[in-house]
Unconditional design. Structure first.
Length: 60
């Protein structure tokens, strides 16, 4: 069964802890993941953080 990664409703990982989100993306490879859901009020790091952008692009 493939996973749904939902990050995160309590703590905004995209805005404040992108390195934690990167760690999760490295642990759960695209082959193991069905869907990635990102909850954020500030999506700027999705565009500014090259490592985060590259990691997420492997799930497309």
């Amino acid at each position: 069964m493939r996973l749904v990664l939902s990050a995160s409703r309590r703590t905004d990982l995209v805005a404040f802890y992108p390195e934690v989100l990167l760690g999760a993306l490295r642990r759960y490879t695209p082959e193991r993941v069905h869907t990635v859901v990102l909850w954020t009020k500030d999506p700027r790091n999705l565009f500014r953080n090259r490592k985060l952008r590259e990691a997420l692009s492997t799930y497309a």
